[in-house]
Each structure stands twice: as structure tokens, then as C-alpha cells.
Design a protein. Structure first.
Ligand code: MG
Length: 250
């Protein structure tokens, strides 16, 4: 069932989103050679707890941390720990907060020191593909209009679009209906209605779309070892322009 949020619920979700974005930026600001991924996790936790919220990912399905931290050919769900970030790494951070029972969820990829031109382009294309998708996040469009816009932008530039993991509805649960794939033909799926809240999250690779899960049971990496990037916001469909809820300024 797709839930339509009331104005009151959206106010709370905006707060959850602001906290999620602040946590993402706090962790992202620390990305540099020599820093451990655990330090990023601690920074995000601190921001979330100080705001009176809870880390949404901690304990979710048994996940042991507040952020997912995925480096280079890792796409999503990397577990923070003692690993030190190296010069030239690209670090995808995914973090969510739950505030008064409502979830925010967002992600971005950050470069450590000087990164390659290939990595820079991948990050730029991944971020922009989100903005191509959100152009279709409007009343009356269908979910797959967003999906198609994301894929068309990336694939026409030679990038791979991960298929096994997708965006999602969000609200009182982190993952609600509908699924929001980053691929597929336009004109399918539920029609977008004001008050629908969804997380759009392109996971893009510099190679193929195939991925595999590492033996830790969590970390998803590209099957061909190519670099991957991730970008995500929680948004709400309105009568007009969609609103990004995971925005510090919002
Ligand atoms: Mg998500």
C-alpha cells in the first residue's frame, strides 16, 4: 500500500530529512586520506543523536552501524570499521535518521584528496541522474518515468545502472511501497500523487550493472570491479514542484 502523508506528517518527515542530510554532510566532510570509516560513522551518529533522532540503519536487518560506507568498487551497504580511506578513493555514504517515528534517507559519494577524472565524471553523472529523475517526480507522472529518465541519462553516457537494488517509498518505515527502480521503460507503475514520499537513489557504475555481495553478507560491489557511485534524496510529490526533504535548508 502506498501511503499519502498529511501536512503534519510531512513536517515531521522534513525534520527527519534535515537531520539525515546534516549527518550525511558531517560524515562527508571528514572524508580524507587516513581517516577510518568508523570515524565517519561516529560523526553521523553524533549529529543524529544530538538532534533527538535515532540512526535509522543501526540494527536494521542486523546492520551494525549508522552509515553504510562503500569505497571504490563497492556500491552500497559497506560496513564502517577500521579501514583507512586512501588518497584517490571515492566513498559512498548512505545514512538515515528516524525522528518521531518518521524516516529520512539520503546518500552521496565523496572523493578523498585528488581523485581520477574517471571518478569525478562518475560522481557528477550519478548526482545529475538524480536531478534528471526528479524532473518527472510530478503529479500525474508514473514511477517508471523517473526510472527511465535516470537510466537514459546514465546509459547514453556509457555508465552501468545497478538493477538489483532500487529506490523506495518511505515514511513510518524506511522501505515502503512503491519500489523506485533506476531503469525501465517509461509509463509504468503507480501514478504519482501529492503527499507520496519516495527515495530516489541511482547506483551507477563506470562499467557493467552486475553486482555481487561480499562474504560479510552486506557489502555490495560491482561484479567487474569498476567504480561505483550513489546519490539519494527523500522527496515528496506535491501539486507543483517536488520538494527534497533531505535538505538542510528545507
Ligand atoms: Mg534508500
Amino acid at each position: 500500500m502506498i501511503t499519502i502523508k498529511s501536512t503534519h506528517e510531512l513536517k515531521i518527515m522534513q525534520k527527519a530529512g534535515q537531520i539525515s542530510q546534516a549527518a550525511l554532510l558531517a560524515a562527508g566532510d571528514l572524508v580524507a586520506p587516513g581517516v577510518t570509516t568508523r570515524e565517519l560513522d561516529e560523526a553521523a551518529r553524533k549529529v543524529i543523536r544530538k538532534a533527538g533522532a535515532k540512526p535509522a540503519f543501526l540494527g536494521y536487518g542486523g546492520f551494525p552501524a549508522a552509515i553504510c560506507c562503500s569505497i571504490n568498487d563497492e556500491v552500497i551497504h559497506g560496513i564502517p570499521g577500521r579501514r583507512k580511506i586512501k588518497e584517490g578513493d571515492i566513498v559512498s555514504i548512505d545514512v538515515g535518521a528516524v525522528y518521531e517515528g518518521y524516516y529520512g534517507d539520503n546518500a552521496a559519494t565523496f572523493g578523498a584528496g585528488n581523485i581520477s577524472e574517471e571518478a569525478r565524471k562518475l560522481i557528477d553523472v550519478t548526482r545529475q541522474s538524480f536531478y534528471e529523475g526528479i524532473k518527472f517526480a510530478r503529479k500525474g507522472q508514473r514511477i517508471s518515468d523517473i526510472s527511465h529518465a535516470v537510466a537514459a541519462y546514465c546509459e547514453s553516457r556509457g555508465y552501468g545502472v545497478v538493477r538489483e537494488y532500487v529506490g523506495h517509498g518511505i515514511g513510518t518505515k524506511m522501505h515502503e511501497e512503491p519500489e523506485v527502480p533506476n531503469f525501465g521503460a517509461p509509463g509504468h507503475g503507480p501514478r504519482l500523487t501529492p503527499g507520496m514520499t519516495i527515495a530516489i537513489e541511482p547506483m551507477i557504475t563506470a562499467g557493467g550493472w552486475q553486482v555481487k555481495v561480499l562474504p560479510d553478507g552486506w557489502t555490495v560491489k560491482t561484479a567487474d570491479g569498476s567504480l561505483a557511485a550513489h546519490f539519494e534524496h527523500t522527496i515528496v510529490i506535491t501539486e507543483g514542484e517536488p520538494i527534497i526533504l533531505t535538505s538542510v535548508g528545507g
